[in-house]
Design a protein around this ligand. Structure first.
Ligand SMILES: *Cc1c(COP(=O)(O)O)cnc(C)c1O
Length: 385
């Protein structure tokens, strides 16, 4: 059996080496390293893939979120609602811009931001909501957009884990995650579903004016050479990363299918187990078989355990050469940097529980049946004794 990796970037590279190597070589020879034509080509191809008017590439997914918020003109003191159960980057940029992060609880089934909790958290100072499509599953965008419209709020989708996922509206219409809110951010960090060979990110929007503002912000606030109209940042995707992404983009759906297939195989091994809850599949337009609806692209395959020594399981799997992860072990509202006396523990019952119960198993495009069988047998061996 091949050694099991949490993410197998080598195996994926081997399959596209013939395309990637000459493309990187070409960038080196043309020396158009920054803002070259390759970045523009990738941008156009991603716009077509997503069905969004504007993709603005930038340096990483954290920058993308920050720039999206700057582009919307959010001001110090504005409140931004986001999920307590996510990667810290989401809340970090809110705080960095001196906006006020308002963390709220998530749903116990799909781990995404709770619509009820959003409603409760809205105040006259609220300006934006940042749903995260956590682990590759679309948040409830229809309800979130409804609340946002009602209260005149911006919606910034953190799509770092969801690229390629579809959201199905109640009327049956579908849209890719990251194209539904006013603006969205994504990350091309190597382990993401569409990852490059370094850092990278992008902002998406259908709003022409906002796209224009953001294109200036990523480039030192310049709209005309050496005229700095607004305070900007320096955040660029380089051409080498762009050709890697362009080589991978045509395979993104196949990559996500491979993840879904691995997820289905995991699901089967754990089905009806009294102590294991397999990932929720959105009922909204989803047959329960994500191979057809793409509502979950399994950036992570995350189990929820009950009556199991989760940390003992992690140690046992590691001892058997099975990497696994706990995403995330600490709720953001309990992180030192984001403590706020307005928070009330009773408002975070789901996140407080999830951090003790979740475990993410190896998930990538190169997992084979033998590896999945070994992983599931070891998980069950630990749990069933
Ligand atoms: C990875 C990630 C980010 C940040 O992306 P970087 O490219 O690492 O800066 C932001 N939000 C979420 C939910 C992520 O998973």
């Amino acid at each position: 059996m091949k050694k099991i990796q949490m993410v197998d970037l080598k195996g994926q590279y081997a399959a596209i080496k013939d395309v990637v190597d000459p493309a990187i070589q070409e960038v080196i020879e043309t020396t158009a390293f920054i803002n070259g034509p390759k970045v523009h080509e990738f941008q156009k191809n991603l716009e077509n893939y997503l069905g969004v008017k504007h993709v603005i590439p930038c340096a990483n997914g954290t920058d993308a979120l920050q720039i999206a918020m700057m582009g919307l003109g959010l001001k110090p003191g504005d409140e931004v609602i986001t999920a307590d159960f996510t990667f810290a980057a989401t809340v970090e940029v809110i705080a960095l811009l001196q906006l006020t992060p308002v963390l709220v609880d998530v749903n116990p089934d799909d781990f995404n931001i709770s619509v009820e909790a959003i409603k409760k958290a809205i105040t006259p100072k609220t300006k934006a909501i940042v749903p995260v499509h956590l682990f590759g599953q679309a948040a409830d965008m229809e309800s979130i957009m409804e609340i946002a419209n009602e209260h005149n709020l911006y919606v910034i989708e953190d799509n770092a884990q969801g690229i390629g996922a579809n959201y199905t509206f109640s009327n049956g219409n579908k849209a890719k995650t990251g194209t539904i809110g006013h603006v969205a951010s994504t990350s091309f960090f190597p382990s993401k579903n569409l990852g490059c060979y370094g850092d990278g990110g992008a902002i998406f929007t259908n709003d022409d004016d906002l796209a224009h503002i953001i294109r200036g912000i990523v480039n030192h606030g310049m709209y005309e050479r050496y005229h700095h109209d607004v305070v900007g940042v320096n955040s660029r995707l380089d051409s080498i990363q762009a050709v890697v992404l362009d080589a991978k983009l045509p395979h993104l759906d196949t990559y996500n299918k491979a993840r879904q297939k691995a997820a289905s195989k995991y699901d089967k091994a754990f089905q009806n187990h009294p102590k294991i809850e397999t990932p929720f599949r959105k009922s909204n337009g989803c047959s329960g078989n994500c191979d057809t609806c793409d509502c979950h692209v399994f950036h992570q395959y995350t189990l929820k355990l009950s009556g199991v020594d989760r940390d003992g399981l992690v140690k046992f799997l590691n001892a058997n050469d099975i990497p696994c992860g706990v995403y995330y072990p600490i709720p953001l509202h309990k992180q030192k940097a984001y403590l706020d006396e307005r928070y009330n523990e009773a408002d975070f019952t789901v996140t407080n529980q999830l951090v003790k119960e979740v475990v993410s198993l190896p998930m990538h495009t190169e997992l084979d049946d033998e590896q999945i069988d070994f992983i599931t047998s070891k998980v069950l061996e630990f749990i069933d004794g």
